[in-house]
Design a protein around this ligand. Structure first.
Ligand SMILES: Nc1ncnc2c1ncn2[C@@H]1O[C@H](COP(=O)(O)OP(=O)(O)OP(=O)(O)O)[C@@H](O)[C@H]1O
Length: 481
């Protein structure tokens, strides 16, 4: 019996080493014939059509060296270092997972690499061998946040149309944009929900819409903060498989992930494990088990290696083990556990001799300020028209205040001896109008703010145009009785 179990455990290890799923299925007792696997793959392809929008620029390798991140703890409370001189190599065309226990610094690292965090960042980030020019890099990349920041009152189609107009500009015909949108929605399985408002989508659909919106301008690098959080296992696998497909086309896809299942873990090409801001492992998913064996911390039988490495990172097997792993990976410097370490180090050296490209002086956004304003006004008026709750609330408040002031100052206008009453009435009416206008902005501000941060970071529009559009949309609503 023990021998059988041992054989099965070895099978799992070999499955990782060879990147095959078959041995994992053998372990759980599912004998799979080759033709059956082929059928499954065919079926999967039918359900998940290939994404034909290939990257239009050279693929991107990202290298970071001695990266630190220091957060300010507040006035007179000093600072706290969250990332401690970590290094890493994120190769092109790969699906890379940043893993680690809660609070390890995964989101912080993602923010630093994407350029979302700038203050408090130390060290160097290189893109294709030369220091990252943040403006040029932002044009190549996009950031998909953990929470789905979507316009809840707009349908999937409207959300996509607005994003396409803002990201592709008016030079591209409506027909071409429609084709692009259709293909993205079909690939992501959202084509059946095009008329559904974003607020009514399921968690998985919201996540896919967030990805779809950023795919419109075909980015080369995608940063995703916990794309699988809140999804069921089937949606998780679907989402990761889609990301894998995008990576195989030449994009660099980096996402943070909590605790993937064994089968989901094997879909990733590379893994970067963090613990308390230090690098425990960096390399291919298939070499994690050999690495653990190499540092005398072999993964126990029947244990998901992803779970085991997280347990190690949490310090469940002793803090000393963390130091052993950090030393073995040289805090992320070592390339030993990549697919072809010699070729990689040669490539890294060659990239250092390439002359950097010219500094890009063009605007960050794809469209002119006037076009942005035009599209944002269209979106703003559509939202205002649909946001009936606030409109009815305002009408109701207006009637209640009119009744109250009317009773208080009944016939004061016709009485010359009631000058103070008239003054008070006018003052109250003025205050009421001012406060209700402010209330609208205050009530919608928290949701709008998170959407604004995401869209502005992903270069949909400039802040100036956003505020101008909000002010213009507010005028007719404010003057309405
Ligand atoms: N601006 C900040 N000020 C103070 N502490 C911060 C700041 N940003 C991050 N931290 C701390 O840094 C640590 C890492 O945070 P981070 O959000 O990167 O963790 P994480 O690995 O993504 O965790 P989770 O998986 O729970 O999202 C946490 O302890 C967090 O409290």
């Amino acid at each position: 019996m023990e021998a059988v179990l041992h054989e099965a455990s070895c099978d799992v290890r070999h499955a990782y080493a060879a990147g095959k799923e078959r041995a994992v299925d053998r372990l759980v007792g599912v004998p799979i014939e080759k033709s059956e696997l082929d059928n499954k793959n065919e079926q999967h392809k039918k359900c998940n059509p290939e994404f034909s929008m290939l990257p239009t620029a050279d693929p991107v390798d990202i290298v970071f060296e001695d990266v630190t991140y220091t957060a300010s703890m507040g006035f007179r409370k000093g600072t706290k270092e969250i990332l401690h001189k970590i290094n890493g190599y994120l190769p092109q065309g790969q699906l890379i997972a940043i893993m680690g226990p809660s609070g390890a610094g995964k989101s912080t690292l993602l923010n630093v690499l994407s350029g979302y965090s700038i203050k408090g960042v130390g060290g160097n980030v290189y893109v294709n061998g030369f220091p990252r020019d943040l403006k040029a890099f932002r044009k190549l990349s996009c950031y998909i946040t953990q929470d789905d920041r979507l316009q809840p009152l707009l349908t999937v189609e409207e959300n996509m149309n607005i994003a396409a107009d803002l990201k592709l500009g008016m030079e591209i015909s409506r027909k071409k944009k429609r084709t692009i949108i259709q293909e993205i929605l079909q690939t992501l399985g959202l084509d059946k929900a095009i008329t559904t408002r974003a607020s009514r989508l399921s968690g998985g659909q919201k996540k896919r819409l967030s990805i779809a919106l950023e795919l419109i301008n075909n980015p080369l690098v995608l940063f995703l903060d916990e794309p699988t959080t809140g999804l069921d296992s089937s949606s998780c696998t679907q989402c990761v498989k889609l990301l894998k497909q995008l990576a195989q086309q030449g994009r660099t896809i980096i996402c943070t992930i909590h605790q993937p299942s064994a089968s989901m873990f094997s879909i990733f090409d590379q893994v970067y494990v963090l613990a308390a801001g230090r690098c425990l492992y960096q390399g291919t998913t298939s070499k994690l088990i050999p690495f653990l064996e190499g540092v005398q911390l072999p993964c126990p039988m029947f244990h998901n290696p992803a779970d085991y490495v997280i347990e190690l990172a949490c310090g469940e097997y002793g803090e000393g083990k963390i130091d052993v792993m950090v030393d073995a990976t040289e805090n992320g410097k070592a390339l030993k556990w990549f697919e072809n370490p010699e070729a990689l180090s040669k490539q890294k050296k060659m990239q250092q001799n390439i002359t950097p490209p010219k500094v890009d002086n063009s605007s960050l956004e794809a469209t002119s300020p006037l076009t942005q304003l035009n599209i944002l006004l269209r979106r703003g008026f559509l939202k205002a028209k649909r946001d009936t709750t606030l409109t009815y609330l305002r009408i109701g408040v207006n009637f209640a205040v009119a009744l109250m002031l009317g009773t208080l100052y009944w016939r004061a206008g016709a009485d010359g001896s009631k000058v103070i009453d008239n003054y008070n009435l006018l003052f109250s009416i003025l205050m009421h109008h001012m406060m209700t206008t402010m209330m609208l902005t205050i009530l919608t501000f928290p949701t709008e703010m998170s959407i604004l941060i995401k869209e502005q970071f992903n270069r949909w529009y400039s802040l100036k145009m956003y505020y101008l559009s909000v002010t213009i949309v507010d005028i007719p609503i404010s003057v309405r009785p």
